[in-house]
Write a protein that binds this ligand. Structure first.
Ligand code: GLN
Length: 499
C-alpha cells in the first residue's frame, strides 16, 4: 500500500496535500462513530505535505514514507501538540518537543494526521480505560478494538490512516492488531528509541507500527529504528531497510510451536491456527513442537515487575510539573478558613498545601486501573516485600528468557496465536481486571524476554460467539530471536502474499 501511494506521488497522479486531505475526509466521515482520534493535527499535516510536494515539484528524490499519512498514539510526544496519554491528569498538557521517532518520521517526510486514543497510560487491553472516549472496532462496532493502542489499530483498520504508531509493554500493539485484523509489530527491546514516549514500564516498553500489510510495517520500522543517544537502552543495531529482506521465501526455516500456548486454545481459533501451521508447512517451513516451561509464570511476573515500574514512572505526575493541578485555590481557602478557626496555626501552610495538591491531583487525575497498579507496584517494592516479590519476579523473568534462548538453539522462529480470543464486547471484561489481564497471555513473555514479534491476520472466526458478517479477525504471532526483525517480517510477508 505505501509503495503504491509512493508511486502515485512521484508519478504526479496525486499530491501529498491531496492525499492528506483525502484522509482527513475519511476521518471526518468515519471517526464520529469509530473514535480513533483524540486530536487532529491538520496544520502540521498540511505543512509537512507542502514540503513533500515542493520536493516532488523540484524533481528531488523522496523517501518511501514521504507524503504518506499516519497517526500517533497519544503518549508519544509531538512538539506543540496535546499529549494526554488517555489521562485526565494530562488533559491540558502540550508536548514541548518531538519524540525521537517523531523527529525521524518528520525527517522522512511522513505526514502526521493526529493523535490516537489509548488506554490510560497504556494500561489495559480494550482502550476502555481512556478517560476521554471509547474506540470502536471497525470490524464490529459493538466490540472493543483491543488495547492499549486501540485508537492506532482502529485508525488503520478503518482506513483513517495508512500507518500508525503504538507502544507495546505486554501486548499493546499485537493484541489490538489481532482484534482489528491489521498488522502490528513490536520490535526488539532497544531497536527503537523510547525517548519522548511516556514511560509505562521502562524495561518492557517498545514503540512499533500498525499497518495493513507486512511490507508497510517493514517500511515504517526502517524509519523508526536506530541507536539514539537520548535513550541509553537503544541498541547499536545499525540502519537497515527492512523491506529489502522480504524475499517471500521461507523454505527450510524451522518454526517452533510452543505446546504450552496451543494447550490453551479451543474451537474455531484452534482450527484457524492449525490451518495456518499447515500453510507454513506448504510454504516449505519445518514445524517443531517446542516447550517454554516457564510460560505459566509470565502473567504474575509481568504484573509484579510492570506495576513496580509503573509506580515509579508515574510518581512524576503530582500536579507540580505536568498537566493537571487540582484546586490550589480551594486548598488555600480551606487552609485560610482553618487558620481563621485557630487550627493548624503551627503548621507551615505551604507544605500542607503541597501535600494536598499531590493527593488531590492524583486522586482526581488518575483512573481506577492506574491507581490499582500504583498501589500493587508500591507494595511489591516496599521494604519487607521487595525480596519476596520484586526480586523473585526478576529471577523468574531470567528463566522465561532462558526458555527462549534454549528454544532458539533448535528453531529459527516461534509461532503461536497472538491472543486466545477475538475482539470482545464493550463492558464484557472491564469489571474484572483478571479476565482483562488474561487477554495478553500469549504476548507478555515476549516483552519479558525483550524479543521482536509481529501479529498478522491469519483468518476469521465466522461461527462462534455471534460474529458479524465476514467474521472476527484472528492474529498469528511470529516471535523472532533478538534483533531478527527481518526473519519475522519475511515469514509473515510470505504467509500474507500466499493467501
Ligand atoms: N494489556 C497489558 C496491560 O494492561 C499490556 C499493556 C501494554 O502493552 N501497554 O498491561
Amino acid at each position: 500500500m505505501i509503495r503504491d501511494l509512493h508511486n502515485k506521488l512521484i508519478g504526479k497522479e496525486i499530491t501529498a496535500t491531496q492525499l492528506a486531505e483525502q484522509y482527513f475526509d475519511v476521518i471526518e466521515e468515519k471517526d464520529g462513530e469509530i473514535g480513533a482520534y483524540l486530536t487532529l493535527t491538520r496544520e502540521l499535516a498540511l505543512a509537512q505535505a507542502k514540503l513533500v510536494d515542493e520536493k516532488i515539484a523540484q524533481g528531488e528524490e523522496i523517501n518511501l514514507l514521504a507524503g504518506i499519512p499516519g497517526a500517533i498514539k497519544d503518549l508519544i510526544l509531538v512538539e506543540g501538540v496535546r499529549a494526554t496519554a488517555g489521562s485526565k491528569i494530562l488533559d491540558n498538557y502540550v508536548a514541548p518537543y518531538d519524540a525521537t521517532v517523531i523527529r525521524k518520521l518528520k525527517e522522512n517526510g511522513a505526514i502526521i494526521l493526529g493523535k490516537t486514543n489509548q488506554d490510560e497510560f497504556a494500561m489495559g487491553s480494550s482502550t476502555e480505560t481512556s478517560a476521554y472516549q471509547l474506540t470502536k472496532n471497525p470490524v464490529d462496532t459493538t466490540r472493543v478494538p483491543g488495547g492499549s493502542s486501540g485508537g492506532s489499530a482502529a485508525a488503520v483498520a478503518a482506513g483513517e490512516a495508512v500507518w500508525s504508531l503504538g507502544t507495546d509493554t505486554g501486548g499493546s500493539i499485537r493484541q489490538p492488531a489481532s482484534f482489528c485484523g491489521v498488522v502490528g509489530l513490536k520490535p526488539t527491546y532497544g531497536r527503537v528509541s523510547r525517548f519522548g514516549a511516556m514511560a509505562m514500564a521502562s524495561s518492557l516498553d517498545q514503540i512499533g507500527p500498525f499497518t495493513k500489510t507486512v511490507e508497510d510495517a517493514a517500511i515504517v520500522l526502517s524509519a523508526l529504528a536506530g541507536q539514539d543517544p537520548l535513550d541509553a537502552t537503544s541498541a547499536q543495531s545499525g540502519d537497515k531497510k527492512y523491506e529489502d529482506f522480504l524475499t517471500g521465501d521461507i523454505a527450510g526455516k524451522i518454526i517452533g510451536v510452543p505446546k504450552e500456548y496451543v494447550e490453551n486454545l479451543e474451537g474455531e481459533i484452534l482450527e484457524i491456527f492449525q490451518k495456518s501451521v499447515e500453510k507454513f508447512k506448504t510454504l516449505g517451513a519445518k514445524i517443531e513442537t517446542i516447550s517454554l516451561p516457564h510460560s505459566q509464570y509470565a502473567l504474575p511476573v509481568y504484573y509484579i515487575l510492570m506495576t513496580s515500574e509503573v509506580s515509579s514512572n508515574l510518581a512524576k505526575f503530582d500536579g507540580i510539573k505536568f498537566g493537571l493541578r487540582i484546586s490550589e485555590l480551594e486548598n488555600e481557602l480551606k487552609a485560610n478558613q482553618e487558620s481563621e478557626l485557630g487550627r493548624n496555626e503551627n503548621l507551615p501552610k505551604s507544605s500542607k498545601n503541597l501535600l494536598e495538591t499531590y493527593l488531590d491531583t492524583r486522586k482526581i487525575g488518575f483512573g481506577d486501573e492506574i491507581k490499582r497498579r500504583i498501589m500493587l507496584g508500591t507494595y511489591a517494592l516496599s521494604a519487607g516485600y521487595y525480596d519476596a516479590y520484586y526480586l523473585k519476579a526478576q529471577k523468574v523473568r531470567a528463566l522465561i528468557r532462558r526458555d527462549f534462548e534454549k528454544a532458539y538453539e533448535k528453531v529459527d522462529l516461534i509461532y503461536c496465536p497472538t491472543s486466545p480470543e477475538v475482539a470482545f464486547k464493550f463492558g464484557e471484561k472491564s469489571e474484572d481486571p483478571i479476565k482483562m489481564y488474561l487477554s495478553d497471555i500469549f504476548t507478555i513473555s515476549v516483552n519479558l524476554a525483550g524479543l521482536p514479534a509481529i501479529s498478522f491476520p491469519i483468518g476469521r472466526v465466522v461461527k462462534e460467539g455471534n460474529p458479524p458478517a465476514g467474521g472476527l479477525p484472528v492474529g498469528g504471532q511470529l516471535i523472532g530471536q533478538w534483533f531478527d526483525e527481518e526473519g519475522i517480517l519475511n515469514a509473515a510477508h510470505t504467509f500474507e502474499i500466499n493467501q
